[in-house]
Write a new protein. Structure first.
Length: 182
């Protein structure tokens, strides 16, 4: 087991991040919308997120039990370095969105591991959200323009923006309430 995140801590972590993030999005609407519009093509955000994702992946490869592939660990690490450099050089278009998708995929594993084999039904709120993140992460990596279009659509009207903020706050509150019942 690489991660030592408990279900209780995972629920609190994700719940607090959802509530805090959506409260900020609601209270600083103009600033958040401006930054969301610039995010998909942001070179600085792309470099930071892609470097974070690459470092996380290298850490995983270095510390995971690769089973019968353990003898190839150094090859995987070398390929990771080559993939990182070629990604930074040749994947400039929507790098921030692609890197965000990679991070969503990487973040899914410890959260799902925290809920693994737990009998509580409330864990399904977390698991459902994580699987939605995983599917969203796959779309971000493969079709990053969809995130840009979704952000434009959500921020297109004040009603959609408020509805998205309220939905995030409520879902975060549900995760915190589930935690309180464990």
């Amino acid at each position: 087991m690489i991660y030592s995140l408990s279900l209780e801590n995972a629920l609190v972590l994700v719940g607090v991040l959802l509530v805090a993030g959506h409260v900020v999005a609601w209270s600083a609407e103009a600033w958040v919308k401006q930054n969301l519009k610039a995010f998909p093509r942001s070179g600085n955000a792309g470099n930071f997120l892609y470097t974070t994702a690459a470092a996380w992946f290298v850490w995983l490869v270095s510390n995971s039990d690769l089973g019968e592939f353990s003898s190839m660990r150094n090859n995987f690490l070398a390929m990771s370095a080559v993939g990182y450099v070629t990604g930074i050089v040749f994947m400039r278009e929507f790098l921030a969105v692609r890197a965000l998708g990679i991070l969503a995929l990487l973040a899914g594993e410890p959260l799902l591991e925290a809920a693994w084999m737990r009998p509580e039904g409330g864990k399904l709120f977390l698991v459902t959200l994580v699987y939605a993140w995983i599917v969203g992460g796959l779309f971000c990596v493969g079709m990053p323009y969809l995130l840009r279009d979704a952000m434009e659509w959500i921020s297109g009207t004040a009603a959609r923006w408020r509805a998205a903020c309220v939905a995030g706050i409520v879902y975060g509150g549900v995760l915190l309430a589930v935690r309180a019942t464990l």
